[in-house]
Write a protein that binds this ligand. Structure first.
Ligand code: ADP
Ligand code: MG
Length: 351
């Protein structure tokens, strides 16, 4: 019998390593949009607009009116692990910005063509520069620019044939991008958002800065959602079990939907928490006669040291200390709020 030769171990080319890593950070067009919008929010923008062509595969363009990027930083902007947000590991515990790894822009340059146009306050003109594989393709060119930064990603996944094929065959990411912007828009109500297909006159998400969360929800999700919401609040301050504050809106018994919409922010981050979502769905199924799926907007604030933001490359999943206790408490508040509103409604109908 033939004995197989023992394989040699070799070091992968840096470009291969970078492309593989980039494909994990930027899984689909919507993940690129999320990173870009979070960067715009981190830059204190008050207006963020997104334009998308071909579900994001041809073009993603995010423009903001934030603090811009310094000319001197442009050469390292798209290198891996370059950031203005984190210096030492300990900072992670108290970090307020959404970014911190300095990986997003770099990743985009390994799987797409990135062009940045930016101007910093007090400058007469801005700069435009394109990047490939982490580095500038040329010296930044002076150009006219309005306040802030515009980042353009063209031909996403041009060098990842399999990824491009799967994405082309699957439903367009545009719906996911609209959904993402809708979520951001009802949390960051002091920022105006827009999202449109490139060249389209009409925006599919269009929010103007407001001080009322309900107004924001109305302008993004429509009156039929906004007029059927109940305010909800909960808090706990018992260090031996859980410490949190929660506020939000949940749909009442008049609201009808086949699918749950759960918009969840924990410490300012858009996240998903399946356990919490399930727990609330259970309450709706048990409490409401029509068993409609709920609309839920919820913001939870926890002590920063109770949240590990660094568990997932896309930062979507966060793990919470005392998660079970928190879920149980929120579940019981949802239950009593819902039951009260349902009873008062039934009572009114009987009058
Ligand atoms: P991170 O957000 O983790 O720092 P990124 O790769 O997303 O890493 O961005 C790298 C850096 O580029 C940021 O730290 C920030 O200084 C700068 N930057 C990116 N996008 C913007 C923007 N829209 N406005 C201003 N600065 C930006
Ligand atoms: Mg970032």
């Amino acid at each position: 019998e033939e004995v197989k030769e023992t394989p040699r171990i070799h070091r992968l080319d840096e470009s291969v390593v970078n492309r593989i890593a980039a494909g994990e950070v930027i899984q689909r067009p919507v993940s690129a949009v999320k990173e870009l919008v979070e960067n715009s929010l981190d830059a204190s923008s008050t207006s963020i607009s997104v334009a998308v062509k071909d579900g994001g595969l041809k073009l993603i363009q995010v423009s903001d009116d934030g603090h811009g990027i310094r000319y001197k930083d442009l050469p390292i902007l798209c290198e891996r692990h370059t950031t203005s947000k984190l210096s030492k590991y300990e900072d992670l515990q108290s970090i307020k910005s959404m970014g911190f790894r300095g990986e997003a822009l770099a990743s985009m340059t390994y799987v797409g063509h990135v062009t940045v146009t930016t101007i910093t306050p007090g400058q007469l003109h801005g700069y435009r520069v394109s990047y490939r594989d982490g580095v500038m393709e040329h010296e930044p060119k002076a150009c006219a620019a309005v306040k802030g930064t515009q980042i353009m990603i063209e031909n996403l996944f041009y060098n990842m044939i399999a990824r491009r094929k799967t994405l082309q065959n699957s439903a367009d990411d545009y719906t996911k991008i609209v959904d993402l912007l809708s979520r951001f828009a009802i949390y960051h109500i002091d920022v105006s958002f827009s999202c449109r297909k490139h060249g389209a006159a009409r925006a599919d998400v269009h929010s103007v800065a407001t001080t009322s969360r309900l107004n924001a929800i109305k302008s993004v999700y429509g009156l039929s959602v906004a007029q059927n919401l109940i305010k909800i609040e909960a808090a706990d301050n018992d260090p031996s079990s859980s410490v949190f504050e929660m506020d939000g809106f949940i749909s009442n018994s008049n609201y009808v939907a086949k699918k749950t919409t759960m918009v969840l922010f924990i410490n300012g981050r858009l996240v998903e928490c399946t356990a919490l979502k399930r727990a609330i769905e259970v309450v709706y199924a048990a409490t409401l006669p029509k068993a409609s799926k709920p609309f839920i907007y919820m913001s939870i604030i926890l002590p920063p040291e109770h949240v590990d933001v660094n568990v997932h490359p896309t930062k979507r999943e966060v793990s919470l200390l005392n998660q079970e206790v928190i879920v149980k408490k929120i579940q019981s508040v949802v239950e009593s709020v819902l039951r009260n509103s349902n009873e008062s409604r039934t009572f009114q109908e009987q009058q």
